[in-house]
Design a binder for this molecule. Structure first.
Ligand code: GUN
Length: 296
């Protein structure tokens, strides 16, 4: 290991502490408690783990947590009716529908039913459009977390060449928009990009979000570059299940200037940013000033 380790676990813990301080202040001075509603349809084990963790951390920062666990066969009409109720509920400032939804449900329809002001995932088409045009939006949590780590490490990102490998609506596309907003030069690459190793080697900032275990080895990385590994892949090694990123950590850490580990890098930032977004949504809903440094 030569490069600097970007400690997302510590950063996320500090961020949650900051959010908790603002929540306490909001409750004390205005009698407002931010509320986050999380909707889980079905029993996907990974989703259950995430939802449990979100609920726990929401309570830990002093917010109200509303969990709605619906059975896998829930109809679209029933799910939309729940979202309508949450949209109208003044105790709920943020709504998150855990993805993926069972295949009989239309995710786009469901997500676009959430009031954009309560869309703390930043997935509603209005928030996507606001982010793409540089306007005040709710920003997707994982890319927001990556941006915070990058700003903290670099200060200014202006003029740097960022290569984002991955084009998902949840990470790749909003990540590219955020980096463009910070005046990076952007290349969006993906698993079908020609000459992917050469393109990665041009990156001052390399964001890997393709969902392929250890696809990016150290010799695709420019010496001194900053590497943000968004991948969380479960692999079997020596009869044990292990979490690895989209980057081959050992070889990459030997050439990178800075790198996020898996686990303990980007992962913990996602829920911390979800809580930050819920606080931001609460302040906006009540016409109060937003705390600094919690969004893009
Ligand atoms: N499933 C995986 N990541 C996410 C996320 O960031 N938000 C939601 N709602 N579902 C997810």
């Amino acid at each position: 290991m030569i490069g600097h380790l970007l400690d997302g676990k510590q950063f996320a813990s500090n961020l949650r502490g900051k959010v908790a301080g603002h929540v306490a202040e909001l409750t004390r001075t205005h009698g407002i408690t931010p509320g986050l509603a999380v909707v889980l349809v079905g029993e996907d084990p990974a989703s259950q783990v995430y939802v449990r963790s979100k609920g726990k951390q929401t309570l830990e920062v002093g917010m109200a947590s509303f969990e709605h666990k619906l059975d896998a066969g829930t109809s679209e009409a029933a799910l939309l009716a729940l979202i309508d109720r949450l949209n109208a509920d003044p105790a709920v400032h943020g709504i998150l529908v855990q993805l993926p939804l069972p295949s009989h449900l239309d995710s786009d329809l469901v997500i676009n039913r959430i009031s954009p002001a309560k869309d703390v995932d930043g997935f509603h088409i209005s928030n996507v459009g606001l982010l793409g045009t540089g306007q005040k939006a709710m920003v997707p949590c994982t890319p927001l977390g990556c941006l915070m780590l990058l700003r903290d490490h670099h200060g200014s990102l202006s003029g740097l060449h960022a290569v984002v490998v991955g084009r998902s609506n949840i990470v790749g596309k909003p990540m590219a928009q955020l980096l463009l907003g910070d005046s990076c030069t952007i290349t969006i690459a993906h698993s079908r990009t020609n000459n992917l190793p050469e393109i990665c080697r041009q990156a001052d900032i390399l964001v890997a979000a393709v969902g392929r275990p250890e696809m990016i080895p150290g010799d695709w990385i420019k010496p001194g570059a900053t590497v943000i590994d968004v991948g969380i892949n479960r692999v079997e090694r020596d009869g044990k299940t292990k979490l690895v990123g989209d980057v081959e950590f050992g070889s990459a850490a030997a050439v990178a200037g800075a790198i996020t580990p898996v686990p303990g890098g980007v992962g913990p930032m996602t829920i911390a940013c979800l809580l930050a977004n819920t606080l931001t949504a609460t302040c906006r809903a009540h016409g109060l000033p937003e705390p600094e440094g919690l969004t893009a």
